[in-house]
Design a protein around this ligand. Structure first.
Ligand code: GCW
Length: 834
């Protein structure tokens, strides 16, 4: 009874069915104590003007105040009493001639100001633009949601970076490249969706953190996006974005003049091609007057590009940029240009060099409305990379940083990985250009080299899933991206705290626990997936998800870690390696050129060392690999315990969803740990000083059980299954695997490790002495059609009472192409049985 009351009290603060759709803009009703703080807030709102963005701002203010404070907010046309006043500086000066704030507000910035107007107490939200006012409204509502004071305000906020865009990698057929949360909100069946309601909600979300542009289609662009018949469809999306101050942009394929336009060439310097782009762009602006511009991926991963005609990226970028210029459109040209057919046998080859080698010589050759869009690291969104040296190599060219919100290489929103701490390390990294204080965040904001624009671009890939990114805690990455684009000086922790308060409420226990989980999560993920800058040791040829240690080697993709029986790491030094280090400004070169000064966490990115090399920490490389993977997996398990402490403090929907994800993650961390540790043990021949690796006394391999119907199989690569083997059931009627328990009597936790493919939904049953104990269906939607590191999952039975001689039987019933694949079971003594 007491428990039931407690649970009710706990859940009452949450709306029934917290789906996550409103993300951090829930405007959940406040309790009376929290509400009391806002008694003096005016009861009317006055919008001085009639633009569509201002109307949105006014509606949002009403929505927020009524939602959170359980009271009405009346809209009025003029100031006839205390009011929340929304208007540009010019409009406010007209309505209240004495109003004279003493500071400058630039584009998109805003001022929140408590003052008397005509003798009434007012809260003024003002800017030079209506978009700035909308941002100001969101700032006021965020303060209320976080239970901060909104009286006596006098606060100016100015974005540090003028261009703050989201890129989506949506395909016109409705799928999303590297999207993990359902189909596209923009497209289906080669057309823009009829129902764009999720697009409107998305625009509201991103606008609330200051995003002012959104590219809606994959950088691997389908030329159809520029069909004349498609432009009116794009205009529908622009119409939905517009009230939120979000401008539409699209990715384009450089080959379009030929592939879609019927020309014989797409040579950027051919006059017919120039004309084609000019006409196309004009057609777009006739229908979308506030069109933001284009993103181009060219000469990269099989995309066509200027190299086909011996032209440079600058030639290609400028032609399109000139077509966009009359309407102030921007052209983003991605620096992610590299050869993926490199000869891996040549130790001097290095993909990391590509962006700088190609773009640095072109510095100064790009037009002023071109932005070179640079991924944060020289390889590809790994869990750990040094900053791209190209940031220091373009002084006369606009630059933008590309960050990845979608967790392609960082757990695909099945693993918790809060990225702002990583982004902060990148942004705060001092390039020491000409010996000065030149952090990346200043370079990409356009400040260091006094560029007209600078940009932040975040690849988000939200989908139709109700909660946008599949993992309820992953939305902190989208929020964090927007906040850092607005102000890269914010701390990751303060962002995590803001997001948690907005998303889960202000209960200190909840805030403390979720912030702590988020803040640890990147390091934990990194530590069980490949440490010391060796890159994420994932399957780079397929999913980019589970372990795939050798997938990066002996092929042309250039994501090499070069681990062999003696050592590991890429020698990128000037003295003996690929020379990549020489692309950095000299102070950074001297940091990375020597093993002694390279930080441990990037050692293997820059140097090839023997496994016995002793790190700054005092450990050998090999022991560090073992220890960090064990520690990481233990901490992932600890995440589950921490989350469970919130049982009665978080609404049931999100509590259960997060718990399920964290439990899965803890299991997958064990898969990663074992794959990497076993592979390095076999490859190096050097034992773990703590004797954990390769020793699993609690584990019973499925292939060692007494099997009926099941057949042993080899799993490829071997390290992704325990002992390299599993068993499968090819018989429709089902199979069984059993063994006799011979340990001390007591309660044991039982983990059943099986493979959950997406081409079937097998059933598993566990029986003790013929009595059913548990049963489940393997129907998760993991990205795999065979047993291996992507599909490995576990089912946990918290406590089962066992006596010596008991028979444990696992039954498997296949479905479709999934043959109830089973790896092992592990019996963990619970505290009572010890
Ligand atoms: O990381 C790689 C991804 C590709 C992506 C490419 C890019 C859109 O695996 O899926 O293509 O980067 O950024 O262009």
């Amino acid at each position: 009874m007491i428990l039931a009351v407690g649970m009710l009290a706990g859940t009452a603060r949450f709306a029934p069915g917290e789906t996550g759709q409103d993300a951090w803009l829930r405007y959940a009703p406040m309790g009376a104590t929290e509400r009391a703080k806002y008694e003096a807030l005016p009861a009317t709102v006055v919008a001085l003007g009639d633009s569509i963005v201002l109307a949105t701002a006014e509606d949002e203010m009403v929505r927020g105040v009524t939602g959170m404070l359980a009271r009405a907010l009346r809209k009025e046309k003029s100031i006839r009493g205390g009011a929340i006043i929304l208007g540009t500086l010019a409009a406010i000066r007209k309505a209240a001639p004495g109003f004279q704030p003493s500071f400058q507000i630039g584009a998109d910035g805003f001022l929140l100001f408590s003052t008397q107007i005509h003798g009434f107490d007012c809260l003024v939200v003002t800017s030079t633009t209506d978009r700035g006012i909308l941002y100001g409204v969101f700032a006021v509502l965020s303060k209320i949601a976080r239970n901060e004071n909104v009286t006596d305000l006098n606060q100016v906020e100015q974005p540090q970076v003028p261009v703050r865009w989201i890129d989506q990698w949506d395909n016109l057929n409705g799928s999303i490249e590297r999207g993990y949360a359902g189909p596209s909100i923009f497209f289906e069946n080669s057309a823009v969706r009829a129902d764009l309601s999720r697009v409107g909600q998305y625009a509201r979300l991103i606008a609330s953190v200051g995003i002012n542009g959104c590219t809606i289609n994959n950088v691997n662009a389908d030329p159809q996006i520029l069909d004349d018949s498609f432009i009116p469809q794009l205009a529908r999306i622009a119409d939905v974005f517009r009230p939120w101050g979000v401008q539409l942009s699209v990715s384009v394929d450089l080959g379009s003049p030929k592939s879609a336009g019927g020309l014989k060439t797409f040579d950027p310097l051919d006059p017919r091609v120039v004309e084609w782009w000019t006409e196309k762009v004009d057609k777009i602006y006739r229908q979308i007057p506030d069109f933001a511009g284009f993103v181009v991926k060219a000469d990269s991963e099989g995309r066509s590009g200027p190299s086909s005609y011996g032209r440079t990226p600058a030639d290609a970028a400028n032609v399109i940029a000139r077509a966009l210029r009359p309407n102030r459109g921007l052209l983003f040209y991605r620096a992610f240009v590299y050869d993926h057919h490199l000869d891996w046998r040549n130790l001097k080859n290095d993909r990391a060099r590509a962006a700088y080698d190609i773009f640095h010589p072109l510095d100064g050759k790009f037009d002023d409305n071109v932005i070179v869009q640079i991924k944060y690291g020289p390889i590809d969104f790994q869990a750990r990379e040094p900053v791209s040296p190209l940031f220091g190599g373009l002084e006369k060219t606009n630059q933008g940083i590309e960050l990845q919100i979608t967790q392609e290489y960082t757990g695909q929103q099945r693993h918790l990985c809060f990225l702002p701490p990583m982004w902060k390390e990148i942004l705060d990294f001092d390039l020491r250009i000409s010996g000065g204080n030149t952090p990346v965040k200043d370079v990409v904001a356009g400040k260091t080299f006094h560029r007209p624009v600078g940009a932040f671009v975040g690849v988000a890939n939200v989908g139709l899933d109700a909660n946008w990114l599949a993992h309820p805690l992953a939305m902190a990455n989208l929020y964090g991206f927007g906040r850092l684009a607005w102000n890269p000086n914010l701390s990751a922790e303060s962002i995590a705290e803001e997001w948690t308060r907005l998303t889960f409420g202000n209960d200190p226990a909840v805030v403390q626990a979720i912030v702590s989980l988020q803040m640890k999560s990147w390091h934990v993920y990194e530590s069980y997936t490949g440490p010391l800058g060796a890159q994420t040791l994932t399957d780079i040829l397929g999913s980019h998800y589970g372990p795939g240690i050798e997938s990066s080697e002996r092929n042309g993709w250039g994501q090499w870690h070069r681990a062999d029986s003696r050592g590991i790491g890429m020698d990128r030094t000037v003295a003996t390696g690929t020379g990549f280090v020489g692309q950095y400004p000299s102070a950074v070169q001297s940091l990375y050129e020597s093993t002694r000064t390279t930080p441990d966490d990037l050692l293997l990115f820059f140097h090839h060392v023997p496994y016995t090399y002793v790190l700054g920490s005092g450990k050998t490389v090999i022991q560090h690999i073992y220890d960090s993977h064990y520690e990481g997996a233990e901490q992932a398990e600890e995440f589950v315990r921490q989350w469970k402490s919130l049982r009665s403090l978080v609404d049931n929907d999100r509590y259960t969803e997060v718990l399920t994800k964290l439990e899965y993650q803890a299991g997958h961390a064990v898969v990663w740990r074992d794959a990497i540790c076993n592979w390095f043990l076999r490859t190096s021949g050097i034992a773990d000083t703590m004797e954990r690796v390769g020793n699993h006394p609690d584990r019973i391999e499925a292939e060692a059980m007494q099997i009926e119907g099941f057949v042993p199989i080899d799993v490829d690569p071997w390290e992704n299954a325990s002992g390299g083997k599993a068993i499968e059931c090819p018989k429709a009627s089902g199979c069984s695997a059993k063994f006799r328990f011979e340990r001390a009597a007591g309660r044991y936790g039982m983990d059943v490790r099986y493979f959950d493919q997406n081409n079937g939904a097998s059933t598993f049953r566990v029986l003790r002495n013929d009595q059913p104990v548990d049963e489940w269906i393997a129907d998760d939607h993991l990205l795999a059609t065979k047993p291996g590191g992507d599909s490995s999952s576990w089912h946990r039975i918290p406590a089962i009472l066992l006596h010596p001689g008991d028979e444990i039987r696992i039954e498997g019933y296949p479905d479709a192409q999934e043959h109830a694949p089973l790896d092992y079971i592990e019996l963990r003594a619970t505290p009572e049985s010890r």
